[in-house]
Structure formats: structure tokens, C-alpha cells
Write a protein that binds this ligand. Structure first.
Ligand SMILES: Nc1nc2c(ncn2[C@@H]2O[C@H](COP(=O)(O)OP(=O)(O)O)[C@@H](O)[C@H]2O)c(=O)[nH]1
Ligand SMILES: [Mg+2]
Length: 400
């Protein structure tokens, strides 16, 4: 699963991306935070089950700091989207390529209204960030409409199609966006469209496209630059737009992570405050800058918001949960004795067998049953996993 950072130029996308991928706590499996210039590893933060169990864990695929589990996820910093993009303006193949691969989007919005619709600086508060929201949605939809309507007459010429055939042709056209046939069928039903596409109006098609956009690219807002005073009145307006919205200051988060990296402060991404570093003494200038972040961002907002955006994208937009597979259900370890070695992200609704297949195809194909490692209860292969489950999978090809 991959989350794309989108928005107009100068909204703070790259700052957000740099902050979110600056690893204060690198883990062995991911020595590089940047995979390619615009692709990087960020971390989800979730309360680790080690505290519940009262054990000291030895994570392998993730990190645990003070009982908080940090699980690697992929982020993509997409090029800025400007008005007219769907007709070719400033919209390179790079953008489409990045967008295609993203499973969900974080739209970084300049909530301070200090940049116009193309990202050029204007007087703070003079641009309405709500415009950027509807604008990006309609650009994406215009682009999807174009893809869909290419050779559309080939479909419509046939006159009446079966529901199946129609969903198939629409899904084929939009397959690059990761849309599946059943999702298109749902969209057609919800849009109340019949099997005679020749009778559809442009509004009909656009309604369908709107539904399919939400389905294939669920999006949330990072109401960014909340350290600037003109953001104050805009954040509630962005929340009221109905989109999942998290207020953020990417710049503050970047400064905090850099300070933590240098040992100047003790701070974990997502913390509501920082404390002095163990050894290094701050200059008065550094102290003043950090105090400003505390006063303008952390105190009023509860956190910088960047970590909450990453968490919301995976937990809320993509409906992921975290489960902990173990090989020894009594000691919660892998075969080398590491306690709670792996924290794995799966989609809500996944079964034990889905998890087994994720770990290894062999394990999934030969699964016999599972064990809930907290209760010792046996679980069937169709058991639906819950967030925080610790499970042992028993297969005919050996225990895992
Ligand atoms: N005040 C403030 N400025 C920010 C914030 N995030 C980014 N910026 C500034 O906005 C400008 C554009 O940022 P950048 O990340 O390059 O935007 P992009 O074009 O969307 O990638 C830079 O000058 C950043 O320092 C923030 O949270 N607060
Ligand atoms: Mg950028």
C-alpha cells in the first residue's frame, strides 16, 4: 500500500514528505528513507501490544519506542497540480504514474491562504483554501473522465449491454487506477445508471466518475501551515467541507525531527511535546525556535499533525489494522526467540488465511488452524482478524 502526497505547488508537499520520511529511529530493514527522490519510507505509529502483555519486545520489521510501535509504510511526493492540469498544463507523465500507484491521497492544503491557486505567494489569508480542495477533486475527475471517454463510442455503439459487460468495459479503461470490476458495479448502482451508456448525459458520467474517484483514490486533507495565524479560521472550514481533515505544520515537524536527530531534544513523531535532549546543550536561538513551535503548534494543536495524517491515511482511508504473527504462541516469539518480532498491516476484514498468505504462500496454502496467543483459543482459517491480535498460524508445512 502506498500513499501519495498531492496538492498545488508551495502548499508544503515536499516539506511534509521530508518531515514524514525523516527517520528519527532507523530500522535495520530500511536503511534508506528515500527509495527514489520522491518515494520514501514513513512510519505509522500505533500503541504496541507489548505494554498490555507486560513484556519487553524485540521487533524485527518495525520499531517499538516507549510502547509505541512504528511500522514502515510507503509515501510518494507527487508533483504539484495546477489548474488546467487535466488538459495537459503542468501535468507530466510523472504525475500520472505516481497517482496510478497511490492507494490513497493526502491533499496538502495551504490553510493559511498565502498562495494562490497556482501556488504563487499572495497576502496571507487572501486565498480561499476551500477552492483548492474542490479544484483538485475536479481536476482528478476531469482526468478520469478523459480516460473513460476515450473510444467511449465503441461502447455506446453497441446500444444495450449487460450490466456485467458495462462494468467490465469501464473497469478495463480505469484499470490503471486500480479499480476493480466489483467497485465499478457498485459505482454504477449508486449512480443509478442503466446499461444504456448511449443515453447517459455528461452529468451522469461525471457522477459515476466522482464515485469511482472516491473509491479508487480516497483522499484526506492536511490543513497545513497552521503555525501561520491566517490558518486559524480556515481549518474549521476545511473540516466542515466533509473531508477527513487533520491540521498540520509540516515545517514544525521537520524542525522537530531534525532537532531530535541531532539529539537536541527528545521527541517521537506524533508526540504532543518534546523534552530537552540528554547531552547536547541548546543555543538560545535553537531554544527560542523550539519554544515558538511549542507555543504556535504543539500546544494549540496537540501535535504537529504530520504523524496523525500518516496514521489517518492508513487506518481510516485504507482501513488497515495491525496484527502480530508469532511462531510460539506461549512466548509470543519467532523461532529465534524475538518477542513480538513483526507488526503487520492488513486490511480490516482480512482473515487468518489472508494473513498466512501474506506471510508466505506456502503457509497460506497449507494452513490448518491458528491460535489466539493471548487466550490460547484455537482459530479457524476464516477467523476475521482484529486490530492488535497476536496470532500463531499452524500449517501442514510446519509451524509459523
Ligand atoms: N509557515 C509554514 N510554511 C511551510 C509549512 N510547510 C511548508 N512551508 C513552506 O512553504 C514553502 C513551500 O514548501 P514546499 O514543501 O516546497 O511545497 P510544495 O511545492 O508543495 O512541495 C516553503 O517555503 C516551505 O518552507 C508550514 O507548515 N508552515
Ligand atoms: Mg514539492
Amino acid at each position: 500500500m502506498q500513499v501519495g502526497i498531492v496538492g498545488k505547488p508551495n502548499a508544503g508537499k515536499s516539506t511534509f514528505f521530508s518531515a514524514a520520511t525523516l527517520t528519527v529511529v532507523p530500522i535495520a530493514n530500511y536503511p534508506f528513507t528515500t527509495i527514489r527522490p520522491n518515494r520514501g519510507i514513513s512510519y505509522l505509529r500505533t500503541k504496541c501490544v507489548c505494554k498490555d502483555l507486560g513484556v519487553e519486545d524485540q521487533p524485527r520489521n518495525s520499531r517499538c519506542i516507549d510502547g509505541e510501535r512504528f511500522i514502515p509504510v510507503e509515501l510518494v511526493d507527487c508533483p504539484g497540480l495546477v489548474p488546467g492540469a487535466s488538459t495537459g498544463k503542468g501535468l507530466g507523465n510523472q504525475f500520472l504514474d505516481d497517482l496510478r500507484k497511490a492507494d490513497a491521497l493526502i491533499h496538502v492544503v495551504d490553510a493559511s491562504g498565502s498562495t494562490d491557486s497556482e501556488g504563487k505567494p499572495v497576502t496571507a489569508g487572501s486565498h480561499d483554501p476551500l477552492e483548492d480542495v474542490s479544484f483538485l477533486e475536479s481536476e482528478l475527475e476531469a482526468w478520469m473522465y478523459q480516460i473513460l471517454s476515450k473510444d467511449w463510442d465503441k461502447i455506446t455503439r453497441k446500444g444495450s449491454l449487460t450490466a456485467e459487460e458495462l462494468a467490465q468495459s469501464v473497469a478495463e479503461r480505469l484499470s490503471g487506477l486500480g479499480l476493480r470490476k466489483f467497485q465499478v458495479e457498485g459505482g454504477l448502482k449508486q449512480a443509478g445508471l442503466n446499461e444504456k451508456p448511449s443515453q447517459w448525459s455528461r452529468e451522469d458520467t461525471m457522477r459515476l466518475v466522482g464515485l469511482l474517484r472516491r473509491e479508487s483514490k480516497p483522499m484526506m486533507l492536511a490543513a497545513n501551515k497552521i503555525d501561520l495565524p491566517s490558518s486559524k479560521s480556515n481549518v474549521p472550514r476545511l473540516v466542515a467541507s466533509g473531508n477527513l481533515t487533520v491540521a498540520s505544520s509540516a515545517e514544525a515537524e521537520l524542525a522537530l525531527r531534525r532537532a531530535a536527530e541531532k539529539g537536541l531534544i527528545s521527541y517521537k513523531p506524533g508526540d504532543s511535546d518534546f523534552s530537552p535532549g540528554a547531552s547536547v546543550k541548546l543555543t538560545s536561538q535553537q531554544e527560542a525556535a523550539l519554544e515558538m513551535i511549542r507555543k504556535q503548534v504543539l500546544s494549540p494543536n496537540g501535535a504537529s499533525g504530520v504523524q496523525e495524517c500518516i496514521n489517518s491515511a492508513f487506518f481510516k482511508l485504507l482501513n488497515m489494522i495491525v496484527v502480530y504473527p508469532v511462531e510460539d504462541p506461549e512466548r509470543w516469539t519467532d523461532h529465534s526467540g524475538n518477542v513480538l518480532p513483526d507488526a503487520i498491516l492488513v486490511q480490516k476484514g482480512s482473515t487468518l488465511k489472508d494473513l498466512a498468505l501474506r506471510i508466505h504462500s506456502d503457509l497460506g496454502e497449507h494452513i490448518l488452524y491458528g491460535v489466539n496467543a493471548r487466550s490460547g483459543m484455537r482459530l479457524g482459517e476464516s477467523y476475521v482478524l482484529n486490530h492488535g491480535d497476536i496470532v500463531n498460524i499452524v500449517s501442514a508445512s510446519g509451524r509459523k
